[in-house]
Design a protein around this ligand. Sequence first.
Ligand code: HSE
Length: 334
Amino acid sequence: MSNNNLNLADDLAIDPEKAKSQSEKLGAIRVFAPATVANVVCGFDVLGFAVNEPGDEVEMRLTDTPGVVIKRITGDDGRLPLDAAKNTVSASVQHYLQHVNRLDVGVEIELHKKMPIGSGLGSSSASTVAGLFAINKLMGDLLSPKELVPFAMKGEELACGYGHADNVAPAILGGFVLVRSYEPLDVISLPTPAGMYAAIVYPEVDVPTKDARQMIRSKVLLKDAVTQWGNVAGLVSGLFMNDFDLIGRSMKDVLVEPTRSILIPGFEEMRAIAMENGAIGFGISGSGPSVFALTKDEGTAKKITKAQQQHLHKININSKAYVSSVNAEGPRVI
Ligand code: HSE
């Protein structure tokens, strides 16, 4: 089997004795996990990349009382469940512990939301990945980062009804990631061209991923599929070739964007602003309403977000902006 192939979590062999001795060494940890831009315009459910900000933080402590508990959530305005079975962080940690035969372990979790919920920036993914990275560290890195992906997908399933991997895989691995296949899961890390920046603007209207998925047609025309897979292949080639023009030409979506962009205020105007100000390409981040542009440098990215925010302000929409290089490392202990 090649390195890029990933066994499903349930096929992984875990030595319970190793798991037990490793977990005793660390008692508590705080982890940051990054936001992500899923789809990268043409690659619905198969492409994504991580950014350095925003992101979420999870504090985790091991206790003597078996079971996973959410002690506190900050920054969510009371929107996320404290019920451990319903919260994506605790539910995926529970699934992980079951898999590594450590249901004897007690875990207390504090989740600090540092990014907007329902923004299209992989909010649930960032929380879930921070939690999984934390528990895996506390257990002595029993699983590799790639092996954590299926557990994080369980969290996405809970959050939006479908376990897509194009947020969680780049959040865990960093950089650009291709989900070549779901069954079996096959996740491939792609290169990031030097100097690339993402200019992200979040117009503050709520678009839950669950709803944004339901509005997409489930059947596509062959001619549209041809356009789409040409662009996916072009984008991946562009990343390998450091060819910004090819990346930009490939950032076209004839399947999903025409429907979803209707939910995003000022979408076409923001596209025009991005392209007039030197973006390589522009589109919806994940399921929206955030939009993003890729640029060749930080200055261009800042110019674009500033002008887009001015436009949103004119049409009475509040917004947040993030300018970030591509995050190469994934989650980190803080
Ligand atoms: N691929 C997913 C979607 C990403 O577009 O619904 C959600 O952030």
